[in-house]
Design a protein around this ligand. Structure first.
Ligand code: PGA
Length: 241
């Protein structure tokens, strides 16, 4: 399976910035065995999609609501994300769990709704602080979201392990700690029957530390926030992958 790099732009960017970024990125883009997934803010999804010429570059929505069309001001659902050209959607990012009161029950409904509309899912899990409960927390997040989901969807889900304390802080776990969590996630997925689900890491990934995670933590790729906003960083990370 291809390695994965998710570039999560969060609430950043403009039409001009995305234009330059995609031109820089696609000039001489020669990565065949890596899927680059760009997650722009909603208003830019279609603009970004129309500028992509490389078949290994995909688009993700940053979140979605599981409800069908209706009176939900400010929300978007899977049908709409698909309509504007998204291939993936990020579900359960800690910033959404925090700001949009998204919980584990919503996770399962949202994952199912995305998959049924043929959106692939990047499902984020991670503990808030480094304490003895951290393993239980990530197992529970996974089980709640995936228990009711048909195993046939296994290959259409990517699990992103993102310790909340590491997102945007510049503080990261060691590759050995990520490896330990990766093994727990793998075992949980195995028990749930999700054998083709890939596991990536996110939280203050940089060009400097990416190599050490790839070499020592057995992960399939990264989800990157801050460092993804420069095309040069993305190219370097793709080289590392
Ligand atoms: P960061 O964000 O790379 O800025 O820590 C990662 C994420 O939130 O997905």
């Amino acid at each position: 399976m291809n390695r994965i790099l998710v570039a999560n732009w969060k609430m950043n960017g403009s039409i001009d910035q995305f234009s330059t970024y995609l031109t820089d990125l696609q000039n001489g883009y020669s990565f065949k065995n890596i899927d680059l997934i760009i997650a722009p803010p909603f208003p830019y999804i279609n603009i970004v999609k129309n500028k992509i010429v490389n078949k290994n570059i995909f688009i993700a929505g940053q979140t979605m609501n599981y409800l069908p069309d209706g009176a939900k001001t400010g929300e978007v659902n899977a049908r709409m994300l698909k309509d504007v050209g998204s291939d993936y959607v990020i579900i359960g990012h800690s910033e959404c769990r925090e700001n949009r009161s998204f919980d584990d029950i919503d996770a399962s409904k949202t994952v199912l709704s995305a998959l049924e509309k043929k959106l692939k899912v990047i499902f984020c899990i991670g503990e808030k602080k480094t304490d003895s409960m951290s393993n239980e927390i990530i197992i529970e997040q996974l089980v709640c979201a995936l228990e009711g989901i048909d195993k046939k969807y296994s290959e259409f889900i990517i699990v992103a392990y993102e310790p909340v304390w590491s997102i945007g802080t510049g503080v990261t776990p060691t590759p050995e700690q990520v490896l330990q969590k990766r093994q727990i996630i793998y075992a949980t997925l195995y028990n749930l029957g999700f054998l083709k689900t890939q596991i990536i890491y996110g939280g203050s990934v940089t060009v400097q530390n990416a190599g050490s995670f790839i070499n020592n933590a057995q992960i399939d790729g990264f989800i990157v926030g801050k460092a993804c906003m420069h095309a040069g960083n993305i190219i370097e990370m793709l080289n590392i992958l």
